[in-house]
Design a protein around this ligand. Structure first.
Ligand SMILES: [Zn+2]
Length: 248
């Protein structure tokens, strides 16, 4: 039997079944048949979409590298963890501004991302293979609670959302993708992801809940579904979250 040692750095240890605290998670894998480093890593539970850099015996390699007997494999979630050592880009840089597609479990997170102005595709009936294809074809980052989805080969950029509470999830995703500087409130509809535009109060007065017209003067309307937005309680919560994330 041949064997290889895998070390998973940083948050990649979240995917390992036997998580050992305060130790570098290191796994010795025995194998009979030669396979690519990507296949071996995914068989240990870590999806390729969360990996930015790979070293085999200290040398940067791509996903297709065949693992030899005795190999030592280092797996990194972010290329900057190589500390300036030359790496090999495993995927193109994330497009700016980042765009997202989210799985069925992340509807609230999609609404938050839209509220912050980020283009976020979400439907409550996206099948897994279609999610992966949309992510690929539209150059979107796939956000999911399903690790298996991140192992699908069309996925270029992806992230397993660790948190289960939407408020924790939005903090997590903003931190991981450094979203705070790109936030634009009242740009996108929380409901359908289309762009919104300013609208005069008199034009929509009849459509507002009772009392709203008394307390607010600025309104935006979705160009697509017609939904109306104003600086109500959602806005206040988002404003304080953004201030917190930007260290204000
Ligand atoms: Zn809309």
């Amino acid at each position: 039997m041949a064997q290889a040692t895998f070390r998973f750095h940083g948050e990649l240890s979240d995917f390992l079944q036997h998580k050992r605290r305060n130790l570098k998670p290191e796994i010795v894998k025995t194998f009979q048949h030669r396979a690519s480093v990507k296949d071996m890593i995914e068989s240990l539970g870590v999806p390729h979409a969360e990996i930015e850099a790979l070293l085999v015996d200290g040398a940067a390699v791509g996903f297709e590298k065949i693992v030899e007997d005795g190999a030592k494999v280092d797996v990194y979630p972010r290329a900057e963890m190589l500390n300036g050592r030359p790496g090999l880009m495993l995927r193109p840089p994330i497009p700016a501004p980042p765009r997202f597609v989210l799985d069925i479990h992340l509807g609230r997170l999609a609404a938050y991302l839209r509220m912050l102005g980020f283009d976020s595709a979400w439907r409550n009936d996206f099948p897994d293979d279609e999610l992966a294809q949309v992510a690929h074809d539209e150059a979107r980052i796939l956000l999911t609670r399903d690790v298996g989805c991140l192992k699908r080969s069309p996925v270029i950029w992806g992230y397993f959302v660790r948190g289960t509470d939407p408020a924790a999830q939005i903090r997590e995703v903003m931190g991981r993708f450094d979203l705070a500087p790109g936030v634009q409130l009242f740009r996108r509809c929380m409901k359908c992801n289309a762009l919104v535009e300013p609208v005069e109060k008199d034009a929509i007065r009849d459509a507002l809940p009772q009392g709203t017209a008394l307390y607010f003067d600025e309104f935006h309307r979705c160009r697509d579904c017609g939904r109306i937005f104003w600086k109500g309680s959602h806005y206040e919560r988002m404003r304080s979250l953004i201030d917190e994330l930007m260290g204000k």
